[in-house]
Design a protein around this ligand. Structure first.
Ligand code: NZQ
Ligand code: ZN
Length: 381
């Protein structure tokens, strides 16, 4: 076990915390407030932000959609540069926060912003940024990752850089009250798969990381099983679990997979599948494909998370339990969004995986293009 770990994002958790923005951002800084399609206008979050920034010089940019596109974000980059903005504040879900990370990085870069996603430009400097989270799912509010799409080419790529780690994350579970049930399910499933990506690999003897990952999985399972009984505690637990699932801690010093995400991103880029739902489509087929390599951790998860008794086929039964969990939340585990031509869909996704260099993915780079094709044969209806 060897790692370097820091998470410098200040978390302001709990009801009423949006007011703390007034102190979290210096009023000497000119702030660009970035948000999405307008949910924050109808649920009172916008008004709380405006009142907290009463003594600040700020301007706003709206219209960052789900799976944010560089085409939209570059308009905000131009504003940030022209208006000499000092701080970028994202108010929204993972899409807005990822978008803000891109805006902050691109504001310090004069080349083509897509270079940040392809890796041609390595981000070492960015405007400071903060987040008011309105949808718990991605963990983006306190990590250094960002996923941006290019509508013109239907591509979706990620970048990571310490420079875009949010300075703070305001997490008031009350903002979740207006979330459509579909988005709450998405958040739960995304956090679940994030935990799996850092846990369902091979045993490495990391008792603390394994134990915490299992605590998160059990919490998420319980929230899913009690999905119809949402109260303040339910919302707070989901918000905190989703944050902890991808803030860097459980992944420190352990093998990580992320192949489900890499294949899932292609399904979103090509067919517009919600991020979390793309993961539920890929993961059961991927786990079955990688059963031998993941057998020991699947058995551990079956025993410690689902409480299953040992049997020769425990690993298979664990995958079935994961799939049943998704189905219990009405989440599909097969792709139907491609409208039926299976062979063509498999070929199209394969071509994109290859174009993006996803030729050897997973914790041991064992998921070759041939494996991805087998996985897609199972995952595409
Ligand atoms: O645009 P608005 O009006 O805000 O509506 C949003 C959007 O339509 C709505 N919403 C958010 N908060 C709401 C609300 N509606 C009512 N009440 C509220 N309180 O929900 C819709 C979806 O929002 P979005 O931000 O797209 O969802 P999510 O948080 O699931 O983010 C998904 C994006 O994050 C990326 C995904 O790939 C995807 O692009 N990810 C980012 C990661 C990271 N940075 O670490 C890791 C993840 O694996 C993921 O890849
Ligand atoms: Zn995810």
């Amino acid at each position: 076990m060897k790692f370097s770990y820091v998470n410098p994002t200040q978390i302001q958790f709990g009801q009423g915390q949006i007011a703390s923005l007034s102190k979290l951002i210096s009023n000497k800084q000119k702030v660009l407030v970035v948000y999405g399609g307008g949910s924050i206008k109808s649920n009172g979050v916008y008004d709380q932000v405006v009142s907290a920034l009463a003594d600040h010089d700020w301007l706003e940019f709206s219209g960052v959609g789900a799976n944010p596109t560089i085409e939209v974000l570059d308009k905000a980059v131009a504003i940030a540069k022209e208006q000499k903005v000092d701080f970028v504040l994202g108010v929204g879900g993972g899409s807005v926060i990822d978008g803000v990370k891109y805006i902050a990085a691109a504001a310090h870069y004069d080349g083509d912003g897509w270079d940040i996603l392809t890796g041609k430009h390595r981000v070492t400097t960015a405007l400071p940024l903060g987040a008011v989270l309105t949808l718990p799912a991605t963990g983006s509010e306190s990590n250094s990752g960002s996923v941006v799409s290019k509508a013109a080419t239907r591509e979706k790529l990620a970048f990571m850089a310490p420079a875009v780690q949010p300075k703070f994350a305001v997490m008031d579970p009350d903002v979740m009250k207006t979330l459509p049930q579909r988005q709450l399910v998405n958040g739960l499933v995304d956090a679940w798969v994030h935990t799996c990506e850092q846990y369902l690999t091979f045993p490495s003897g990391a008792l603390v990381q394994d134990g915490y990952a299992e605590a998160l999985l059990k919490a998420l399972k319980s929230l899913g099983d009690n999905f119809t009984e949402q109260d303040d505690a339910w919302r707070a637990n989901l918000m905190w679990a989703a944050n902890q699932a991808l803030n860097g801690l459980i992944g420190s010093g352990v093998p990580q997979d992320w192949a489900t995400h890499m294949i899932g991103h292609e399904l979103t880029a090509l067919y517009g599948v919600d991020h979390a739902r793309s993961l539920a489509i890929v993961q059961p087929s991927l786990l079955r494909n990688q059963l031998a390599a993941k057998k020991a951790k699947l058995e551990q998860m079956g025993k410690n998370v689902f409480g299953l008794a040992f049997s020769e086929d425990l690993a298979e039964r664990t995958i079935d339990a994961i799939e049943d969990f998704y189905h219990s939340l009405d989440v599909a585990t097969k792709l139907t969004e491609h409208k039926g031509d299976k062979a063509q869909a498999v070929d199209t996704v394969m071509a994109q995986l290859e174009a993006h260099g996803m030729t050897a993915i997973g914790e041991k780079q064992a998921i070759t293009l041939a494996c991805s094709r087998e996985i897609l044969e199972q995952a595409v209806a």
